[in-house]
Design a protein around this ligand. Structure first.
Ligand SMILES: [Zn+2]
Length: 281
């Protein structure tokens, strides 16, 4: 059965090293310290048929080289890697970066991370991103839920309280303004999963990815009804290689919900293929 991992992370080696140091200091130990080529081989060995590669510049001025790197990765693995671009809200000439991503590189979407990039989803600096993505029918995957954060020390890792900028209320302002934009919110909107799942019925172009939300790594429980009632709007992803457990932990958790072959095919492949404009089988 075809299997799309909609949420994998690919960075140049030195940046990946820095990312892993951050994770091991502030978040969790990385089980798979694999650079790009090895990570592709591992995913393929596990039966993944395509992977959406995500990066996000944590400072202005980095986006163009990261996007170019992602383009080359996609060219190296044209039948496997689906590269997404990004930019930083403080980048100059966002229009040019976006047009390069969409028109020269042919990227199907963009990835943003409100916590790392320190912006709110309704930040006016993001307006050009949303406007052009909506106009050109591209996907915007945006980590904008307020988790994970550390309740006992809310500034840990980022130096500021991430809940001040992110969250379902701030996101809903944006999706109301751009209802045709195909947003994907990762991690089922963790830690406000009920709120984000509830938004699916109001916003037909919203999708949620399941990354790191279903395998029980975080204690927040998921409800089977979320999956059975929204199988056409949920998308499987893993955060590979930056995960603290075996690759298939979440795949097993999803299958344990016993949603049936049709819902599983939607979540594991069909919904992603539709968003990415890939052949349906
Ligand atoms: Zn991620």
């Amino acid at each position: 059965m075809p299997l799309i991992d909609f949420h994998t992370h690919f960075f140049p080696d030195r940046l990946m090293d820095a990312l892993w140091r951050w994770f091991e200091t502030h978040a969790w130990p990385i089980q798979y310290k694999q650079y790009a080529d090895q990570a592709v081989a591992t995913l393929r060995a596990h039966g993944v048929t395509r992977a959406v590669s995500l990066h996000y510049p944590h400072q202005p001025g980095m986006a163009e080289s990261l996007n170019e790197w992602a383009r080359r990765l996609g060219e190296k693995y044209p039948d496997f890697i689906v590269p997404f671009g990004s930019l930083h809200p403080d980048d100059h000439d966002k229009e040019n970066i976006l047009r390069t991503c969409f028109e020269r590189y042919g990227f199907k979407g963009l990835k943003f991370h409100c916590h790392v990039q320190k912006f709110s989803p309704d930040d006016p600096r993001m307006a050009p991103v949303y406007e052009l993505s909506q106009a050109l029918d591209r996907v915007v995957l945006i980590h904008c839920g307020n988790g994970p954060h550390f309740k006992e020390k809310p500034t840990q890792g980022y130096g500021y309280d991430v809940t001040a900028l992110s969250g379902a209320d701030r996101f809903e302002k944006v999706i109301r303004k751009y209802p045709k934009l195909r947003f994907v919110v990762p991690h089922l909107g963790f830690e406000e999963m009920d709120r984000f799942v509830g938004m699916l019925k109001d916003y037909p172009n919203l999708h949620l990815d399941t990354t790191m939300a279903i395998g029980g790594f975080f204690p927040n429980p998921v409800k089977r009804g979320w999956f059975s009632e929204n199988a056409d709007r949920l998308i499987f992803g893993t955060d590979f290689p930056n995960i603290p457990y075996p690759w298939d932990r979440e795949l097993k958790a999803l299958r344990a919900l016993e949603l049936g072959p049709q819902a599983e095919a939607q979540i594991l492949h069909d919904n992603a293929a539709g968003l990415l404009g890939l052949a349906s089988k």
